[in-house]
Design a protein around this ligand. Structure first.
Ligand code: ATP
Ligand code: MG
Length: 722
């Protein structure tokens, strides 16, 4: 049989790796050098040439998306399906193992996975049952503690501590685990730990899989944690062969317990492994590659790799310096439109950012421009739990009868209104055909509840009434701020110490920004709050572009790992945003940020655009930042700088080329010129930046000296030319 096609489209070293005999190997190579491609071809080779059944191959990837893609590519190469091959993430495979051997794993057959939200709720109940004060022992923190211990392979009985605080967390861990075991629940960390214990403690199970999985292949090995590596070692008996691929320069999950040292441990533990280095990059233009290589060269302790390309030089990297984040987003949208006009597909475009909260402004600009988009690995801004909580408070303050909002926040943060009390309220509301609010009011007034429940409900009703008074006649952003603080929502997330809680606090503060720059159209029968709520609801309810629709791809830099796109935007390239504030002063974390930058840059195939905003309103605060140090690390000859100048420095006509959405005829219609100075009643003086639409719908973008950049409806804005 002619199998040479399995080696087509591979270079010499890749071929050597793909067609290697029965052996262990490490493919250590930089971004875009074909590591994942080698894995795919290797699997096909094992099956087609070495006659392994798909059944005896185990492949591990980092995301489910990558796993599905890998299976698809193998099937395409082989021309048949490989359903029997195990391919998935560590979590997915652990789940599969536990399902198959639930008895040996000590689980009931119908055990269920507990997702992060469920885990939190169970922890809350556990903490309450232990009669601990939830404020002092937040469930989030307990979860963080427990998951960390599980990732290190530790059960409560393995942990000894003299620290009184840790003793309490240990007690919670113990009780929580008992509750999980009683109800047959398995959290994410437990999946990995239990699968590990299953293999470790059951010789027959271990030997079964060692016999079965003759070849084990792992992608993105640099981001495995301790328990995942321990797993691989257990599965690899004397006669198994392990092939791992990785890139130490792309290790970006150290903060979550990943150990890049696993690459070296592998060489120690599998001494017969061949190391294969790939040095040719097939993904990016030489300009992009050179720039990325220069940036990563600033890190120390690298295993060291050369990466070159035969690719074309391509276009220089565009560096765009915006006044602020709104203007940054508008520039990006204009560029995407241009790409589209030139026949480019939207799905070939990726917008990358450091933090989820940064997506809001980008999303709004895309929506406004009617460009479909898809967010990977995260919810859209107005769909996020904490944002929905906050919006529910705003809704309730503006309309007490809003039952959905009432239900959502009546006991968030927890104020001792239990499910039992709520069901009484629901029942009364149902019987009297009224709203939850009215029913609750009645139950309080007529003492239809027991003392404690009555007090709890009464204080919630009072809180909403109080917030309503405080919010009256306040600007929208003040109202939001009051609600976040008065409701205890902000404090609740602030008290929790986990990365996710941190993000939630940031998102809440970002909501204040959103209300600040929200420009009500001034419709007569709607308050600004009502208008904003409608806007939020529409945005949240709007369908995500579906998987098959041509849509711009939005994701954090972390979730872009392993992917590639012809056109990549890296946004928010500012000190304090990227590298993040938290990493400054910590060399280890700063280097991880730099690796993240390397990951971001090397996603780009044809064109890379980096942008930063001189002032950024994020998390409710306007900040002025210097451009990211990573920009300075790119040789300047590889960069073209695009900058919006102030009126004095550059005449309006020239600037307009940066705003392709503005048409010249439309301009004259408004009576305003680009770069013109104008006065607004509340925002003060500013400079006209851009213009959009015609007739009564026309909008104008003004960069106000104090209030920042805003889009205004010309008909309502009452601007005075200066
Ligand atoms: P990353 O580190 O980002 O995960 P990688 O090393 O896994 O990158 P791949 O995604 O496998 O790289 O390959 C990058 C791109 O180069 C892909 O589009 C792939 O199809 C292409 N490619 C890989 N090897 C070759 C080759 N020998 N000839 C032509 N194209 C190749
Ligand atoms: Mg890859």
């Amino acid at each position: 049989m002619d199998v040479s096609y399995l080696l087509d489209g591979l270079n010499e070293r890749q071929r050597a790796a793909v067609s290697a005999g029965e052996q262990d190997m490490l493919v250590l190579a930089g971004a875009g050098s074909g590591k994942t491609r080698v894995l795919v071809h290797r699997i096909a080779w094992l099956i087609q040439v070495m006659n392994y059944s798909p059944f005896s191959v185990l492949a591990v990837t980092f995301t489910n998306k990558a796993a599905a893609e890998m299976r698809g590519r193998v099937e395409k190469l082989l021309g048949r399906d490989v359903q029997r091959m195990w391919i998935g993430t560590f979590h997915g495979l652990a789940h599969r193992l536990l399902r198959a051997h639930y008895q040996d794993a000590g689980l009931p057959q119908n055990f269920q996975i507990l997702d992060s939200d469920d885990q939190l709720r169970l922890l809350k109940r556990t903490i309450k049952a232990l009669n601990l004060d939830e404020k002092q022992w937040p469930a989030k923190q307990a979860g963080w503690y427990i998951n960390g211990k599980k990732d290190d392979g530790l059960r409560p009985q393995h942990i000894e501590t003299w620290d009184p605080a840790e003793k309490t967390f240990l007690q919670i861990y113990q009780a929580y685990q008992e509750a999980c075991d009683r109800s047959g629940l398995v959290d994410f960390a437990e999946l990995l730990l239990r699968a590990h214990e299953l293999l470790r403690d059951n010789k027959h199970v271990r030997e079964h899989y060692q016999k079965r999985f003759r070849h084990i292949l792992v992608d993105e090995f640099q981001d495995t944690n301790q328990i995942q590596y321990a797993w691989v070692r257990l599965l690899a008996g004397a006669d198994n062969h392990v092939a791992i691929v990785g890139d130490d320069d792309q290790s970006i999950y150290g903060w979550r317990g990943a150990q890049v040292e696993n690459l070296q441990h592998f060489l120690r533990d599998f001494p017969r492994a061949d190391t294969i280095r790939l040095e040719q990059n097939y993904r990016s233009t030489s300009t992009i590659l050179k720039a990325a290589n220069q940036v990563i060269a600033n890190n120390s302790d690298r295993l060291g790799k050369d990466l070159w390309t035969e690719g074309t030089e391509g276009e220089p990297i565009t560096l765009y310096s915006a006044f602020n984040e709104q203007e940054e987003a508008r520039y990006i949208v204009a560029q995407i439109k241009q790409w589209q006009d030139q026949g480019g597909a939207l799905s070939d475009v990726a917008l990358l950012y450091r933090n989820n909260a940064q997506s809001r402004v980008l999303e709004e600009s895309l929506l406004y421009a009617s460009l479909p988009y898809r967010i990977y690995g995260g919810l859209r801004f107005f769909d996020r739990q904490e944002v929905k909580d906050a919006v529910a408070y705003l809704r309730l303050v503006s309309n007490r009868q809003d039952d959905a909002a009432f239900e959502r926040v009546v006991n968030t943060p927890s104020r001792g209104i239990g499910e039992r009390t709520l069901s009484l309220v629901r029942e009364l509301a149902r019987n009297e055909q009224t709203t939850m609010w009215n029913a609750a009011r009645k139950m309080v007034n007529e003492s239809m509840l027991s003392g404690r429940a009555r007090n709890a409900v009464a204080s919630f009703l009072d809180l909403i009434a109080q917030l309503e008074v405080e919010c009256a006649d306040q600007p929208l952003s003040k109202q939001t701020d009051r609600v976040l603080k008065g409701s205890g929502l902000l404090a609740m997330y602030q008290a929790e110490q986990s990365d996710k809680a941190e993000t939630r606090v940031e998102n809440l503060q970002e909501l204040v920004s959103a209300t600040e720059s929200f420009m009500p159209s001034g419709e007569e029968d709607m308050t600004p709050l009502a208008e904003f709520l409608a806007h939020a609801a529409l945005e949240a309810g709007d369908e995500q572009a579906d998987a098959y629709q041509d849509a711009v791809q939005l994701m954090t830099l972390h979730s872009a790992k392993g992917l590639e796109f012809p056109l990549v935007f890296m946004t928010g390239m500012e000190e304090g945003t990227f590298p993040s504030q938290m990493s400054s002063g910590e060399p280890g974390r700063l280097e991880e940020e730099r690796r993240l930058c390397y990951v971001g840059m090397t996603r780009a195939m044809e064109k890379l655009v980096m942008s930063y905003a001189e002032s950024r309103r994020l998390y409710g605060q306007e900040n002025f930042h210097r451009p990211s140090r990573f920009i300075a690390e790119i040789p300047s000859e590889l960069i073209t700088e695009v900058r919006v100048q102030t009126r004095i420095e550059q005449p309006a006509a020239r600037r307009s080329r940066f705003h392709t959405s503005a048409s010249h005829e439309a301009f004259s219609e408004t009576g305003f010129q680009l770069g013109q100075r104008v006065l607004h009643q509340s925002f003060g003086e500013g400079t006209v930046l851009n213009y959009e639409g015609t007739g009564p719908q026309s909008r104008i973008q003004v960069n106000f000296d104090d209030a920042g950049s805003k889009w205004l409806v010309v008909a309502y804005a009452k601007l005075t030319p200066l």
